[in-house]
Design a protein around this ligand. Structure first.
Ligand code: ADP
Ligand code: MG
Length: 310
């Protein structure tokens, strides 16, 4: 997935008692093997991954996928429906057109180019079937990009692996998507921080205690470029075919599922502040938004007060 990961499994009494069998090396090997196999299905960086083969295929026949691939696509489609298309895994031609794809060449496409890329998108043209698990293009040139959801899925998969080995306490992070369970080495709740959405330096906006929860942030302050004083970020509005430009600087979503937190953060990033708030209420999501407001940052959130660190 072109990113890094960090996993902490503290050497605590409970973790030890419940798990007498597996060595650290063995656990590391199992986690690596799991991530390699997810990559082999969902990474658009690998030319022979399942997703790349599906994208290259120019047929509208059913394309067999694994049950976990189907699970990710199903969740993506559900979130596309609920967000009325703000989240859309078929935006790849637009991501590439604006230079946020594999080749990081930023360009300013013409309206005609945007329209022709838009023609190749639309989640409603992607069909799914459960048994046997398969997906199908209803437009020959459709392609999919799981960048906004697969890292979250991988975090959940690692959590399942650790749970299978009876670990009670862990913190998993893949490319910024985080999930915590139990406590840290000091027998305290895991603590993480939401970053200030600034580009020049990195600092803490808000510290949080995580209580068996996943957390994901989408923002416009890391992966972007500027032209004529305007910021073009890597999140695409699937309706206009253009990178989003609004006052929402970052949105953080807490959820039991890292996959859902990941995708919903991207969905809300597209929706912007006002629609995003309504959507969070409608979907019962815990969110923390930071937006630009008359030259400074303002915050809106609905997180439980006892999860905020002073
Ligand atoms: P990050 O990759 O920084 O964690 P996100 O989870 O928000 O951030 O995912 C952004 C990526 O998702 C983009 O680089 C692009 O590949 C893809 N993407 C862009 N716009 C959308 C969208 N509207 N719906 C789904 N995926 C998108
Ligand atoms: Mg995301």
């Amino acid at each position: 997935m072109g990113t890094q990961y960090h996993i902490r499994v503290p050497f605590t009494v409970e973790n030890k008692i419940h798990n007498k069998i597996i060595s650290q090396q063995q656990l590391q090997r199992e986690i690596d093997a799991l991530l390699v196999s997810i990559n082999q299905e969902m990474s658009t960086y690998l030319v022979n991954s399942s997703i790349s083969l599906f994208n290259q295929s120019q047929t509208t026949d059913w394309f067999p996928v694994s049950t976990r691939f189907l699970e990710v696509v199903k969740t993506a489609q559900r979130i596309s429906h609920s967000s009325q298309g703000a989240f859309d895994i078929t935006v790849m031609p637009l991501v590439n057109l604006w230079g946020f794809g594999r080749s990081k060449k930023h360009s300013f496409p013409s309206q005609q180019q945007i329209d022709s890329a838009l023609d190749k998108t639309g989640y409603q043209f992607l069909q799914i079937q459960s048994s046997p698990p398969a997906i199908r293009k209803q437009k020959m040139h459709l392609s999919i990009d799981l960048s906004a959801i697969a890292k979250g899925y991988a975090v959940d998969a690692v959590a399942l692996l650790l749970q299978k080995h009876q670990f009670q306490h862990f913190l998993i992070e893949i490319g910024g998507e985080i999930r915590a369970q139990g406590q840290n080495k000091q027998h305290q709740p895991w603590r993480i921080a939401i970053e200030k959405p600034t580009t020049l330096y990195r600092s803490v906006q808000q510290g949080l205690k995580l209580n068996n929860s996943a957390i994901a942030t989408s923002g416009d302050y890391r992966n972007y470029y500027e032209k004529d004083g305007k910021r073009y970020s890597h999140t695409i509005n699937p309706k206009t075919g253009k990178p989003i430009t609004h006052k929402l600087a970052s949105v953080t979503v807490l959820n039991k599922s890292s996959m859902i937190a990941d995708a919903q953060a991207t969905a809300i990033m597209v929706l912007g502040v006002e629609k995003g708030k309504l959507y969070a209420q409608q979907e019962n999501l815990q969110v923390y938004m930071i937006f630009r407001d008359k030259g400074k940052f303002s915050v809106w959130h609905n997180l439980p007060i006892n999860s905020l660190l002073k």
